[in-house]
Design a protein around this ligand. Structure first.
Ligand code: PLP
Length: 407
């Protein structure tokens, strides 16, 4: 056991030098940050990278700073590719996961009667996008049923793939509204076998688990950089497979960066995933993402993926023992998002009571998860999402705070 174990308590901290990681995380001294599913705390090297670039922009000009840092900017593609087992040419920068997702959807030529097959736990904005496709193109949105233990029933989903031949299969790896981890690789195996387009939302899993686009079998995969990857706000990415690029898919609106205007009546889309990007980049954020991806790989995704869900499991267990508190997470595999309801409180005052104790959390409402919260018959819940730099002691303090409020 390492020296710091006494400060963090027994558990998985021996996998990582938690005290050193906390020393690298200025925010960890100020708050108990259990809102990593919202936005992770920046590590010092990430912050420094961005501040240095902003200073360079102020000093020599924005275009000139980007040119001076061209190799570091290319590092964004290298780092994200290394993080998800892809090649740099298959990565596009995006301002958000949602922007990456809608750009990807816009590149699929939907026609009336096409089927989009998804799950009951896919992210709220993705569900709204599917409904918008239904409104505009007459696409049918089909939700695969859940298994009795929670999470999508992969066999039932595969049967729907065979019966309905969907134009698109879409799955969210870890939804925003519970601790569920969906079996995206299991779904992907069927998509590959049946040659169906497969879009994965990995927003909550990138930075929390090793994510491997080959193993998942994704044609397209989206993520933000700000959550468990601990990158800056306003940044994300889209992975686009060679299969998808070679099939000639391109976004509905493609700009002067994504395409060359060859002749007055003609353009040619970029060969790489750059066709999904726009010309303007927030370069400080792009460099911050590269630094965050590098940092996560140096910490080690295997160790992160053991420690982070283990902290969440400890939290779930502690909360589960409290009377008046109902832990809502269900599924064969649970990650670092812990959700619960509490008797006798309204949503906002309860979160404010947590804020007053310097415990960062997030509220989820019924409209975030119509199916899941409908099944659980809850109207809101509080979400707590620790990360590897949090400590066992913080987990226990949070349980004690909730116990006090529940009482
Ligand atoms: C599962 C999931 N997908 C997508 C998103 C949207 O990400 P962004 O806000 O970067 O568009 C979120 C954000 O909470 C999410 O949890």
């Amino acid at each position: 056991m390492k020296e710091h174990d006494s400060a963090t308590g027994p558990g998985t901290e021996s996998l990582l030098d938690v005290l050193a990681l906390r020393a690298d995380t200025p925010g960890s001294e100020k708050v108990v940050h259990f809102n990593n599913a919202g936005c992770g705390l920046l590590a010092k090297p990430v912050l420094k990278t961005m501040l240095d670039h902003l200073n360079l922009e102020a000093g020599i000009g924005g275009y000139e700073a980007a040119a001076a840092q061209a190799d570091e900017v290319a590092g964004f593609y290298r780092e994200i590719a290394a993080l998800i087992n892809a090649r740099p040419r298959n990565i596009a920068f995006a301002a958000s996961a949602t922007h990456a997702y809608s750009t990807a959807l816009s590149s699929i030529r939907f026609e009336p009667g096409d089927v989009v097959l998804t799950t009951r736990n896919d992210f709220i904005s993705n569900q709204i996008a599917f409904l918008s496709l239904r409104k505009r193109f007459g696409v049918e949105v089909v939700h695969a049923p859940d298994a009795p233990e929670g999470g999508v029933d992969v066999d039932a989903m595969a049967a729907l793939m065979r019966a309905r031949r969907p134009k698109l299969v879409a799955a969210t790896h870890i939804p925003t509204n519970s601790g569920l981890v969906q079996p995206v690789a299991g779904i992907g195996r069927h998509c590959r076998e049946l040659e169906l387009l497969y879009l994965v939302d990995a927003c909550q899993s990138v930075g929390q688990y090793p994510v491997d686009v080959e193993e998942i079998g994704a044609d397209l995969l989206t993520s933000t950089c700000r959550k468990f990857l601990r990158g800056p706000r306003g940044s994300g990415f889209l992975f686009v497979s060679d299969r998808f690029l070679e099939a000639g898919h391109e976004p509905l609106f493609i700009d002067m960066h994504g395409a060359r205007w060859n002749a007055p009546g003609e353009y040619e889309a970029a060969a790489s995933a750059a066709r999904f990007e726009e010309w303007e980049f927030p370069y400080a954020a792009v460099l911050g993402c590269a630094a965050a991806a590098k940092y996560a790989r140096e910490v080690g995704l295997e160790a992160i993926s053991r420690r982070t869900p283990a902290l969440a499991a400890r939290l779930r267990e502690g909360l589960g023992d409290l009377s008046g508190v109902q832990v809502l997470d269900r599924g064969p595999e649970l990650g670092a998002l812990v959700t619960f309801s509490i008797k006798g409180w309204e949503a906002v005052p309860f979160k404010e009571a947590m804020d007053a104790r310097r415990i960062n959390s997030a509220l989820s409402y019924r409209e975030f998860a119509q199916f899941d919260f409908g099944d659980k018959d809850v109207h809101w819940c509080l979400r707590l999402s620790p990360h590897y730099y949090n400590t066992e002691r913080e987990v226990d303090d949070v349980v004690a705070a909730v116990a006090e409020l529940a009482g």
